[in-house]
Design a protein around this ligand. Structure first.
Ligand code: PMP
Length: 431
């Protein structure tokens, strides 16, 4: 960014009122981030008037791009009618029905305000259902900001042991948190069997994501997914499937693709049509922990803005627009981009790779095959290689996340993917 821009001015003010000048770390980039002014379909126009194709799409939540006319209309109508009531509304019934129809394993569901909150809710539900304390998670997998779900995030080679370690994410994480989280490596069924069976009587839930963002959206093998479900059944623990991102992979979510029947599914992002949302759903046998009709439920759950009608109506329109055909189309754009960019890295010798599944991608600044957290790990220099590319793309009119993440949406076209690939080639030649 050039000096004396409006973004720089905003950042100077922001530094005085927010730690590091932002209220969310991921979108920050040095020396300061571009500031969005408005969105138009696939594009963001920033406060300095630059228009760029947005490949971040609020980290995958804007699956129909920005300000989709049908979503805008539904929200405008609802705003005029009131934005939050303590009474339930028809809008929550509509969205719950829509989700349950797409994903029949979700018979009952409860809404929350974010994916993090929904992950927390699912973990508490697994504990309530089993009366046990511990959860199992995949090494390095991100599930939002609940301290149990954060264990093992961002661990570095210096603290890797032979087996995945239960490492607190931030300073001051209580031992009680670490002791109650068991970490297993991704896609290693033998290790999972050994580690999980060793703790079988203490495990409440097994938390998985079939395409973890921190592992470059590489996909879980069907064997590993099946093993995790079988292990959960074998030891009497709940299977918790985090579909906050993977729900975009198929009309019925990743669980339909994998044939999984989780006890608790966690949803977020796209089911809110661009507004804050989260949800936990599953078969009645598991979701009954929330049912209060016979007195205090095993897990009381509430929230002031839960199922607010703005998120509900936006989510309903968003899911209605997201047909199987449109999903297959954007998955195809993802595939075209990943193949094209891999070829460009090959031809130019730029030391990087692109991974991903369906409509997602992640650029990493090294060529080692990525199969789990440890092989996905990048050194600061390798992150720098992605950052250089990202900064050049920003100049060329394309917004990819600073760490190389991106998602295609239903408003993107094959021409835009071609344009992005051409820009990647130009960016590399400039580096
Ligand atoms: N789970 C996964 C897989 C996620 O990617 C995220 C957010 N990126 C979350 C949970 C947390 O969702 P939220 O940011 O809405 O709290």
């Amino acid at each position: 960014p050039s000096p004396n821009t409006r973004a720089q001015e905003l950042y100077r003010r922001a530094e005085k009122v927010m730690p590091g000048g932002v209220t969310r770390i991921v979108p920050w980039q040095p020396p300061y981030p571009p500031y969005a002014e408005r969105g138009e379909g696939g594009y963001i126009i920033d406060v300095d008037g630059t228009r760029r194709l947005d490949l971040v799409n609020n980290f995958s939540s804007m699956i129909h791009g920005h300000a989709h006319p049908e979503i805008v209309r539904a929200v405008q109508d609802q705003v005029a009618l009131g934005t939050a009531f303590s009474m339930p509304t028809a809008s929550e019934v509509d969205l719950a029905e829509a989700i349950s129809q797409r994903t029949p394993n979700i018979e009952w569901l409860r809404f929350s305000n974010s994916g993090s909150e929904a992950v927390m809710c699912a973990i508490k539900a697994a504990r309530a259902l089993t009366g046990r304390p511990k959860i199992v998670k995949i090494e390095g997998a991100y599930h939002g900001s609940y301290d149990f779900a954060e264990v093992s995030l961002d661990s570095t080679p210096a603290n890797w042991g032979q087996e995945p370690q239960s490492i607190g994410y931030s300073a001051g994480v209580p031992d009680g948190v670490r002791e109650n989280v068991i970490v297993v490596p991704f896609n290693d069924p033998d290790a999972a069997r050994r580690i999980i069976r060793g703790e079988r009587d203490h495990i409440a839930g097994i938390l998985i994501d079939v395409t973890p963002s921190y592992l470059g959206y590489v996909s879980m093998t069907e064997e590993f997914a099946r093993t995790m479900q079988d292990l959960a059944r074998e030891i009497g623990a709940a299977l918790i499937l985090d579909e906050v991102i993977s729900y975009r992979m198929d009309h019925g979510g990743a669980q339909r693709l994998y044939g999984l029947e989780p006890d608790f599914t966690v949803l977020g992002k796209i089911i809110g049509g661009g507004f804050p949302i989260g949800a936990v759903g599953g078969p009645r046998s598991a979701m009954t922990v929330f049912d209060h009709r016979d007195g205090k439920p095993l897990l009381p759950w509430s929230g002031t803005f839960t199922a607010n009608p703005i998120s509900m109506v936006a989510g309903k329109v968003s899911l209605d627009l997201l047909t199987q055909h449109s999903i297959e189309r954007i998955n195809g754009l993802g595939e075209t981009f990943r193949i094209g960019l891999s070829r460009i890295f090959e031809e130019t010798g730029y030391d990087a790779q692109v991974t991903g599944i369906a409509s997602s991608f992640k650029i990493s600044g090294h060529r080692r095959p990525i199969s789990d957290y440890r092989s996905s790990y990048s050194t600061p220099g390798e992150h720098g290689r992605v950052a250089r590319l990202q900064e050049e793309l920003l100049q060329l009119g394309y917004y990819v996340a600073y760490r190389g993440h991106g998602f295609f949406t239903t408003v993107n076209t094959p021409d835009e993917v071609d344009g992005l690939l051409a820009a990647c080639r130009t960016a590399i030649s400039r580096i």
